[in-house]
Design a protein around this ligand. Structure first.
Ligand code: UDP
Length: 229
């Protein structure tokens, strides 16, 4: 399973890392270790988003690198709480920084997962103008994950409209990538969705809030919305 955790999940809605929140997620991942091979792609929106910084006048590429470095900080926080929960982990970074993380080596990542180590992919793709959603799709394909699990905060799946604004909005059990693209439903960005669609990679969009939801999603229990070709 490839689990995508966005930056907002780490910050508990604020800037930076909220240790209690990260510990809670780590404990939920730990509960499924040994049953399922797990890799995690970590976002960084709780620190910086390159597109937002560039609107304030920064060079886009430099701002994107700052965004990528934020994902590494989240990766280290997750690593710490996973190890406190007794799980072996490796952080693999797309930008070399030997003191804190391995370099991204896909075959080594697969080997770690076979040994029940949770592999955390930091620094996105190492490339400006990309998002960690796209990286989630790419890493899932490269390490041959069966499913991408998109953990969401504040919503428990994909709805026909924004459930916070429209009381008639209904939750969808299933959705195709074509429908999502046509209706501009942004469960992940369009590049990522196109990559999943073209490579027939299944995605599950689920809410983090329910009791044990992350563990359930990793175990493949029915949760949220399935998105398929
Ligand atoms: N980023 C990037 N290339 C990548 C992945 C991320 O440039 O391959 C930068 C980009 O600026 C992005 C930021 O890192 O805004 C944080 O990632 P993202 O916005 O995807 O995090 P999330 O929304 O999941 O918290």
């Amino acid at each position: 399973m490839l689990l995508k955790l966005s930056g907002e999940v780490f910050g508990g809605g604020k800037l930076g890392v909220d240790p209690a929140t990260v510990r809670g997620i780590a404990d939920q991942i730990a509960a499924a270790v040994g049953e399922v091979e797990i890799a995690v792609v970590v976002g960084g929106g709780n620190f910086f988003r390159g597109a937002e910084l560039s609107l304030s006048g920064m060079d886009r590429s430099r701002a994107d690198y700052m965004g990528m470095l934020g994902t590494v900080m989240n990766s280290l926080a997750l690593q710490d709480f996973l190890e406190q929960a007794g799980v072996e982990t490796r952080v693999q970074s797309a930008i070399s920084m030997a003191q804190v993380a391995e370099t991204y080596i896909p075959r080594r990542a697969i080997r770690h997962m076979e040994k029940d180590r949770v592999v955390i992919f930091g620094a996105g793709a190492g490339l400006p103008y990309f998002s960690t959603d796209t990286v989630a799709a790419q890493r899932a394909l490269e390490v041959r994950a069966d499913v991408v699990l998109m953990a969401k905060s504040g919503v428990d799946g994909v709805y026909t409209a924004d459930p916070k604004k429209d009381p008639t909005a209904a939750k969808l059990e299933h959705l195709t990538y074509d429908e999502a693209l046509r209706r501009d439903i942004r469960v992940m960005d369009q590049t990522a969705m196109t990559m999943c669609k073209d490579n027939r990679l299944e995605m599950v969009v689920f809410g983090m809030e329910g009791e044990g939801n992350v563990t359930k999603a990793i175990r493949g229990e029915h949760l949220g919305t399935r998105v398929t070709v």
